[in-house]
Design a protein around this ligand. Sequence first.
Ligand code: ZN
Length: 425
Amino acid sequence: MSEVLLEHALLGDRVESDVLVTVEDGVITEVSGLAGARTSTTGDPDGRAASSETVRGLTLPGLANCHSHAFHRALRGRTQGERGSFWTWRDQMYRVAEELTPDSYFALATEVYREMRATGITAVGEFHYLHHQPDGTPYDDPNEMGRALLAAADEAGIRIRLLDACYLAAGFGLDPEGVQRRFTDGDAERWAARVEAFGDERVGAAIHSVRAVPRDQLATVAAWARSRQVPLHVHLSEQVAENDACEDVHGLTPTELLAEEGVLGPLTTAVHATHLTESDVRLLGDSGTFACLCPTTERDLADGIGPSRFLYDAGSRLTLGSDSQAVIDLFEEMRAVEMHERLATQQRGHWTAVELLRAATVDGHASLGFTDAGRIEVGQRADLVTVDLDTWRTRGTGATAETLVFAATGADVIPAGLETTAETA
Ligand SMILES: [Zn+2]
């Protein structure tokens, strides 16, 4: 058992000072204000606080990064030299994907996950589709690449949900070509058999997109996820071109197609959800599907601004992801959701800081299937992170939710292991 005295802590929707947290086996067993702690200690009002460690700064639940492609990190700073489009960026990304081996991917992902940990992220949803050897032949263990990612997460000390993606087609009616042969299992039945063989409870499911999984294969993936009660993530309407092609082939929007095939629901997260109709928003909200925005990637790739507030008000809880890793900073993702809305509408105040913190913590963890994380309360995992309130960016701002969302960055998170100072009586 250990005790930490938090100078300031985000407890639900409010920040409190002098919060004493008791932890056993990584789980919070008691949370009390200092006054409460004193009343439970007879004769020695300062005894408990004096025996605990003190954490200076503003402590919050560890952040959930709900959409990551670890290998995209190799492109940071390398795709901005020329004009181009989403699709020319994708060509560069494919060239990185061609080169990776299980060993090199383990090394790259370990560093990426360490960067996440250093910026306050304690859980990652890794959307994984780089499954096979360059010519499409499975490795001896067909899940070798996925296992490299799980091992990298262990090495970096981050909790992972490996969202193993079904990817079968280069586009509507198009066979995989080039590096895409590394992605495909042939059909959804064989995808399910491979994922089933994983034998690791951290594995969840993903549908790459309606471009990459033909209509008659969607239900198989959804059924597997539902039968195992694991999260199911899907890229949705990131680009207008995807919507147009889907309408041409199926006479439906991508959201309508997913709804008809039984893909939406409270285990499902729609990633991006950028270009939606009003009826799409209703389908997502009514089904309780999460919406994962990745604002720093979406602006980098000129995707557009998703209707986050409409989705939330319709019933889709918001979550956040670093996606392409051009930036790994959930504070910036929170801030960007609100800032992008301001630029688009010339109005402020679409999202409160508390709502955005909920997206980055409790709702994010829930969308990854971790319902015991994201709150500083009894029974929750004690994966706490602390923002230093004495840096250039945070000094003088105050211990508030607004400081976390509108002033802090990932660089203000105190490195793990350095946040406590032994308190001597
Ligand atoms: Zn993605």
